[in-house]
Design a binder for this molecule. Structure first.
Ligand code: KIV
Length: 272
């Protein structure tokens, strides 16, 4: 039986074993109880309570405004639903950069108040000290390199990262630093597939790609994007598995029409 098939509960060790055995890791985001339950039942290995909640749940343009309290709330909702998947929670912007004591306090709040299993934070060498401090408390950390949306105002665009040699070399070094610091896996976002392959081959911890090609150790997508709820976002890497935006709008229009025409509720849909 496969490593994933044997795992009644996915742990960081399961993911590392999956990499060793060449099994692809599946990861999706979730932010609420109802969808997290379905994602877990669908057999996904890792559920990311992403700070993309800032975009898809709250309607903000960036991930910058979401707070630690918001992330803990979303993480609590997800934790109430999940039986098998490993739950990773994004540390929001401003809760870990440059101050490892603050990073540790933020990570402890996430773990204590939500019941999640691990945290994720963005960046390379500049956050290594924070990662090491969080790990001293026994909290597993996932890294995130390439396109790091919390730094959008520094980069100015959401285009592919590390196309130039210097940035690519820095990214490889950063990945090695995150591995050495003790991260259990690294998300690689929107970088050339060739570079993602090189990174994945040069470290022993799993890489999970989004817009990073197929030669990585696993894939992640934002749930609302792959379900077709966020149709205004169409990057090349996104595969849509449903077109819920249409289906939901049609259902709502049908409901409005049924109520207005007195079709709903029918005699079977009311009490005597
Ligand atoms: O917040 C998020 O959804 C993420 C994924 C894009 C990896 O960080």
């Amino acid at each position: 039986m496969s490593v994933a098939g044997k795992a009644r509960k996915v742990t960081t060790n399961t993911l590392q074993e999956m990499k060793r055995e060449g099994e692809q890791i599946t990861m999706l985001t979730a932010y609420d109880y109802s969808l997290a339950r379905l994602v877990d039942q669908g057999g996904v290995d890792v559920i990311l309570v992403g700070d993309s909640a800032s975009n898809v749940m709250a309607g903000n343009d960036t991930t910058v405004p979401i707070t630690l309290d918001h992330m803990i709330y979303h993480a609590q909702c997800v934790c109430n639903a999940v039986n098998r998947a490993l739950i990773v929670v994004d540390m929001p912007f401003g809760t870990y950069q440059g101050n490892s004591r603050q990073a540790l306090d933020s990570a402890i709040r996430i773990m204590k108040e939500s019941g999640a299993h691990s945290v994720k934070l963005e960046g390379g060498r500049e956050v290594v000290e924070s990662i090491q401090r969080i790990l001293t408390a026994g909290i597993p950390v996932m890294g995130h390199l390439g396109l790091t949306p919390q730094s959008i105002y520094k980069f100015g665009t959401y285009t592919v990262r590390a196309r130039e040699d210097a940035e690519a070399e820095k990214l490889i070094e950063d990945a090695k630093m995150l591995e050495k610091a003790g991260c259990f896996a690294i998300v690689l976002e929107k970088i050339p597939a060739k570079l993602a392959k090189q990174v994945s081959e040069s470290i022993s911890i799993p890489t999970i790609g989004i817009g990073a090609g197929s030669d990585v150790d696993g894939q992640v997508l934002v749930l609302h994007d792959m379900l077709g709820i966020t149709m205004d976002f169409s990057p090349r890497f996104l595969r849509r598995y449903l077109n819920l935006e249409n289906d939901i709008r049609n259902a709502v229009e049908q409901y409005v029409s049924d109520v207005r025409s007195h079709d709903f509720p029918s005699s079977d849909e009311q009490y005597e």
